[in-house]
Design a protein around this ligand. Structure first.
Ligand code: IMP
Ligand code: MG
Length: 179
């Protein structure tokens, strides 16, 4: 598995340090509130698990599963909800937790979808941000790392459903795509 990685972009230690900073920021921002963390499956599951343990507040956790289909020639990809929330979010402070913000299609749709349900507030915390690829504008509260336009795996992120269990984030060797 490690042989398929061209180079490591962020080590386990670097990620840990940054996730702690993000958790501390959330703890400050939501002091006195009980936020609901909403993880976007599947990519966010590792980040979510580490992030909430760095948040020193009473809070709850839920997940949504979405898939996005780019239409190829236009900038408006279609997004489908595969698993919706089990919580009513009306009046709640909702914190969306995402692994990576790429074209913005997924989060743009999700923000509109959730805003319709009357949350007290809605904020996005993403671990990675690839601004060069953006097609839809998405306002994020905080992102862990800004990265160049490369396909990355590990720490929840996959290629063909694999590499999610790598403890670091790395760039795949080009020949892996051809296999
Ligand atoms: P968006 O809708 O284009 O912003 O896509 C976001 C989703 O695409 C993420 O939640 C990831 O699942 C996936 N994705 C985008 N870039 C990468 C990458 O570099 N590695 C792995 N998955 C990615
Ligand atoms: Mg994915």
């Amino acid at each position: 598995m490690h042989n398929d990685i061209e180079y490591v972009l962020f080590t386990e230690e670097q990620i840990k340090t940054r996730v702690r900073e993000m958790g501390a920021e959330i703890t400050r921002r939501y002091a006195g509130e009980e936020p609901l963390f909403v993880g976007v499956l599947k990519g966010s599951f590792v980040f979510m698990a580490d992030l909430v343990r760095c948040v020193d507040l009473k809070c709850s956790v839920d997940f949504m599963a979405v898939s996005s289909y780019g239409s190829g020639t236009t900038s408006s990809g279609q997004v489908r909800i595969n698993k919706d929330l089990g919580h009513d979010i009306e009046g709640k402070h909702v914190v969306i937790v995402e692994d990576i913000l790429d074209s913005g299609t997924t989060l743009h749709y999700l923000l509109k979808y959730l805003a319709n349900r009357g949350p007290a507030s809605l904020a996005v915390y993403t671990l990675l941000d690839k601004p060069e690829r953006r097609k839809k504008e998405v306002k994020t509260e905080m992102s862990g790392f800004t990265i160049p336009d490369a396909f990355v795996v590990g720490y929840g992120l996959d290629y063909d459903e694999k590499y999610r269990n790598l403890p670091y984030i790395g760039v795949l060797k080009p020949e892996v795509y051809g296999k």
